[in-house]
Design a binder for this molecule. Structure first.
Ligand code: CP3
Length: 368
């Protein structure tokens, strides 16, 4: 079974030989090749050079031996075509200026993409030719709530106070903002699908800052619109959020084929709550990649056990890989999943071998 078949079959809840595995943030700073490139280029330069973005994307897949690539890009790239300035300050994360805090600022945003994020689609094409057609490439975008929170706060935030001030103080401004962002995100994702993305992940990383009622009122309708439009193109959407364990049913109401779970919920209980309707992705705590391998193995095994042999589980973390993570531990985790998390000896060897030498022999059987 090719990686593409394994990944797409799991998205559609069809039987696979073993769960597909990939990692959120698999191409980031924890990887020495990426850090080396960053000494020469800024993150924005890497994003805007399709040759470099494709190279970063492909290197991660080759190093880790995973079943899917996620295109190297950033959630905040749409800030620029909207007419805002985007920069990344060392240690502070992204900064967006000027922050969009009222109706006038929303009205000034340019809602037309006009091909200005075309470098992402081009990077997908190049990554596909570097990796070959059997490797699925995941395109992505920020969900409107999470993207808007950066635009309104002007960067990262703990409590989202300006965002919430707009939601509750001027819901019309919020609607205008959502009505600008949502079609733009659809267009951006359509370009990625046309370029060959096999699936799309919608990152709603900070949705859990909202109560369920506010999620349903201020975020869900726009997520439904985007998920519906993308899935109408024939590719599955993975909807990922964190901190939403209290209202997973509302999260599943996005209609996404795959629901990405954070590590705070038990995968088995969460899936049951959703009546096994969507496929699920997750949900190992990224901190386990810094733990002793025996702990990593038992945590991985627990997740496999919770998923059982039910088709429709994509193994991933519950959020992105931490920058401090040793690459060897990520490789060891991939080897564990390839082996059903059961062979300590094989894993110990695999961690020190090139990823391509990871043992493949004792894969779990396809369940009919
Ligand atoms: O495998 C990959 O890493 C794919 C590329 C990718 C990046 N950003 C590159 C990046 C992806 C999938 C993202 C998504 C993203 N970006 C999200 C959603 C994912 C999540 O973790 O919830 C968010 C919220 C952002 C916004 C963003 N970009 C932040 C908060 C930061 C700073 C992070 C930090 O730890 O400092 C960025 C910068 C960024 N985007 C980096 C990378 C590899 C690191 C900065 C660098 O290279 O200097």
């Amino acid at each position: 079974m090719t990686a593409r078949e394994r990944f797409l079959r799991a998205c559609r809840k069809q039987a696979v030989d073993r769960p597909p595995i990939w990692f959120m943030r698999q191409a980031g700073r924890y990887m020495p090749e990426y850090r080396a490139l960053r000494r020469e280029y800024s993150i924005l330069e890497i994003c805007k050079r399709p040759d470099l973005a494709a190279q970063v994307t492909a290197t991660a897949v080759e190093r880790l031996n995973v079943d899917a690539a996620i295109i190297f890009a950033d959630l905040l790239l749409p800030a620029e075509p909207l007419g805002l300035e985007l920069r990344y300050a060392a240690g502070e994360g992204p900064i967006v200026t000027p922050p969009v805090r009222d109706r006038e600022a929303v009205a000034k945003l340019d809602g037309e993409l006009r091909g200005r994020l075309g470098y992402v689609a081009e990077a997908i094409r190049r990554a596909q030719s570097a990796l070959g057609s059997e490797m699925p490439i995941i395109g992505f975008a920020g969900a409107p709530f999470t993207l808007a929170s950066y635009l309104i706060e002007g960067g990262a935030s703990r409590d989202f106070r300006h965002t919430k001030a707009m939601l509750h103080g001027d819901p019309v401004a919020w609607s205008h903002l959502m009505e600008k962002l949502s079609p733009m995100i659809v267009e951006y994702l359509s370009e990625q699908v046309q370029a060959g993305a096999a699936a799309i992940q919608l990152f709603d990383s900070w949705a859990g800052a909202l109560s369920e009622a506010d999620y349903r009122r201020f975020a869900l309708p726009f997520n439904q619109l985007i998920v519906g439009a993308v899935q109408d193109l024939g590719v599955p959407v993975i909807y990922f959020s964190t901190g939403t364990g209290g209202y997973l049913e509302s999260v599943a109401a996005t209609g996404a084929a795959v629901i990405g779970l954070d590590w705070r919920v038990s995968l088995g209980a969460a899936w049951r709550r959703l009546d096994y309707q969507p496929a699920v992705q997750g949900n190992l705590d990224p901190a386990l990649l810094l733990a002793p391998l025996a702990e990593l193995r038992s945590a991985a095994r627990l997740i496999l056990n919770e998923a059982g042999d039910r088709p429709g589980h994509i193994f991933n973390l519950g959020h992105g890989i931490w920058p401090e993570t040793p690459v060897e531990n990520v490789q060891a985790l991939v080897a564990m999943i390839r082996n059903g998390a059961a062979q300590p000896q094989a894993e110990a060897g695999a961690a020190t071998q090139p990823a391509s030498a990871a043992p493949r022999a004792r894969q779990r059987r396809v369940r009919k």
